[in-house]
Ligand binder design. Structure first.
Ligand code: NDP
Length: 460
């Protein structure tokens, strides 16, 4: 009989923590998981799932208009934001119940309360101290807001998912996943959105063709993109509106912007404060993330961390995969390092974007010579609607052995399509494999297997 209360103690019941606890329990380990809020974590409660439901809900606005091109008459459709929020919340309640059941069925002990390390193998929760042979920290992250005058007037994606009413004019600050996704969904619902970012185009780090195409498409949907712009301060005017003082990135003053609300989506920071980590010697980096090795072990043997709290690649399926690698090592004698090379990801903008593998710039840096195929076209759907929305598809191919290094897409269903392409890239597909694949006609996706014309080399 072990001298410890538990074989594994997981702190944080989000996607990564829940998966780690269930996998460990399935191998016969005695497992506890501590959670101070509701079980489910960012993805289920404050991120991916509720956001996607709102994105789906908002897209009907355009669908109703487009339907008229297909013989439907306007049905006098109207939209009620509180109904959408209530429906979304009902689904979150259901998912919360599913998570509770999954933990219970797996035999994991759920401890409600804020957990804190009380030693290298001790955790306190709600006034009780538990001993554990191993500890996994999976406490996720939280929105980061820069410290500027009036920042208290801003809200984050957490609150954006539960606004009581829709603002008429909304400023969104940031140019990452969250900023772009919320810009799309609020604009679709008729909110006048200004996206304020310090870069030239949104989504730094993504392939340039994704960035430029998305910026064009967002502009067509009446999102005003204030690029190379910073917010200096936010103040509440007498009439209740918010006034944002703007500068360009070099610091030259620009116009003020008056809005009803301002959403900050300026990144997230790991949740590591007040957990007792430093006290037991767990190393943190400059952003407060737990430093781990390739096997998710922290600087203290027996204490592990995974998911957003490690700030490696902050995506739910990655946290889940990190959990599987860790538990395979700890309880099945098969230590595995997570492979981050071909992780696909999607941005649920309108239209959405999705990507797997290297951007053209990354591919050139790593491999030198690459072949690039790009296609930009109007989908069959919009031949009748006349909507000026373009699909962009781009293939980056290693020149010497013709291996496909990256696929990048902007357009309806891009996330669904690129998920399939990720299998091909994981299997090491070459351009010839793409060319030898028969298309499904008529689809947008068939373009992936008929790309013939290389883009001319950029002039140096
Ligand atoms: P990101 O890191 O994606 O983007 C942050 C944005 O904020 C960048 O545009 C950045 O600009 C800008 N920024 C940072 N600091 C400041 C500042 N002080 N002033 C002005 N702008 C600033 O963060 P998000 O908040 O969008 O999302 C957090 C994470 O959540 C993502 O990294 C992603 O991993 C995950 N996520 C994934 C989703 C998905 O898979 N669909 C959806 C939503 C979130 P710059 O580029 O110039 O640095």
């Amino acid at each position: 009989m072990s001298a410890f209360d538990f074989d594994l103690f997981v702190i944080g019941a989000g996607s990564g923590g829940v998966r780690a606890s269930r996998l460990a329990a399935a191998s016969g380990a005695r497992v506890a998981i501590a959670e101070e809020g509701r079980v489910g974590g960012t993805c289920v409660l404050r991120g991916c799932v509720p956001k996607k439901l709102l994105v789906i809900g908002s897209h009907f606005a355009e669908d109703f208009i487009d339907a008229q091109a297909y013989g439907w008459t306007e049905a006098g459709a109207s939209f009620d934001w509180p109904s959408l929020i209530a429906a979304k919340n009902r689904e979150l309640d259901r998912l919360h119940g599913v998570y509770l059941r999954l933990l219970a069925d797996a035999g994991v002990t759920l401890l409600q309360g804020r957990a804190k390390l009380a030693g290298p193998q001790r955790v306190s929760v709600a006034g009780r101290v538990y001993s554990a042979e191993r500890i996994v920290v999976a406490t996720g992250g939280w929105p980061f807001l820069p410290d500027i005058p009036g920042i208290g007037h801003a809200f984050t994606s957490n609150e954006a998912l539960d606004l009581a009413t829709l603002p008429k004019r909304l400023a969104i600050v940031g140019g990452g996943y969250i900023a772009v996704e919320f810009a799309g969904l609020f604009a679709a619902l008729g909110v006048a959105v200004t996206l304020i970012l310090r870069g030239a185009t949104p989504l730094r780090g993504f392939d340039e063709d994704i960035r430029s195409t998305l910026a064009e498409e967002m502009a067509k949907k009446h999102i005003v993109i204030a690029n190379r712009t910073r917010v200096v301060s936010i103040a509440r005017r007498d009439d209740g509106q918010l006034r944002l003082q703007l500068t360009d990135v070099a610091g030259a003053p620009e116009n003020a912007l008056d809005v009803d609300a301002v959403l900050y989506a300026t990144g997230r920071r790991p949740n590591t404060r007040g957990l007792g980590l430093e006290e037991v010697g767990v190393g943190l980096d400059g952003d407060g993330a737990i430093v781990v090795d390739a096997f998710s072990q922290s600087t203290v043997p027996g204490i592990y961390a995974l998911g957003d709290v490690t700030n490696r690649m902050n995506l739910t399926p990655v946290a889940i995969a990190e959990a599987r690698c860790l538990i395979d090592g700890l309880f099945h004698g098969q230590p595995r390092a997570m492979d981050y090379r071909l992780v696909p990801s999607a941005v649920f903008s309108q239209p959405p974007a999705a990507t797997v593998g290297l951007s053209e710039a990354e591919a050139r840096e790593v491999w030198g010579q690459v072949d690039v195929y790009v296609s930009k076209f109007r989908s069959l759907r919009h031949t009748l609607t006349g909507r000026d929305e373009k699909v962009m598809m781009k293939l980056v191919v290693k020149r010497d052995d013709q291996r496909v290094l990256g696929c990048h897409m902007v357009g309806a269903d891009a996330p669904e399509i690129v998920q399939g392409l990720a299998v091909a890239l994981t299997a090491g597909a070459t351009k010839a494999d793409f060319d030898g694949t028969i298309g499904i006609h008529p689809t947008v996706a068939e373009e992936w297997v008929t790309l013939r014309d290389k883009r001319p080399e950029p002039s140096l």
